[in-house]
Write a protein that binds this ligand. Sequence first.
Ligand code: BEZ
Length: 224
Amino acid sequence: MPGLLLGDAFPDFEAETTIGKIKLHEFLGDSWGVLFSHPRDYTPVCTTELGRAARLSSEFSKRNVKMIALSIDCLEDHHGWTKDILAYNCEDSACCSLPFPIIVDDKRELAVALGMLDPDEKDKDGLPVTARCVFIIGPDKRLKLSILYPTTTGRNFDEILRAVDSLQLTAGKRVATPADWKPGECVMVPPSMSEEEAAALFPAGVYTKDLPSGKKYLRYTPQQ
Ligand code: BEZ
């Protein structure tokens, strides 16, 4: 079964979570969404990841992004593990809950349906655990980006935030962002745009890099 492809409608599943039962689309409302999965509760890399995600949550909210995690353990474990995550990651003793819910997927139904299992990493019963998936969902409930890391490689949540910035910019403007781009830096003119159209659309100017091929495809313009 092929997994979810970019542009696919993201399934509107119902799930039990640490904040109660949700329907995904209703939970997301008009926001963007980041759904990220974890191999198991009470595992070290995941504990650092959820803490990092929690520390960056205000940056995600500023961008109108709702976060939601998933792990293939039960609600009781999610609540118990949350205390460990907070104790490990939050200096502030007043910090008593995670700023996003964790989905309960102890029957692995969602993990299977969303193509999240890592066949190379098994639990003590020999069953595959969830890989570290990141799905970024647009306000139209379509999949805008997916990244799949194996269990042994923790994610970089600054990169996920950077990808959100690029997705949100390019959703509204006909530009593309280059390697390692950060908000405020120059963006690129898509190859399909004619010189005349680019000149009209980007009054701040378009800089074209001379290349050995003589082709004029490497075009920058200031971010507007
Ligand atoms: C972890 O989160 O630390 C982890 C989980 C499964 C396999 C390897 C590492």
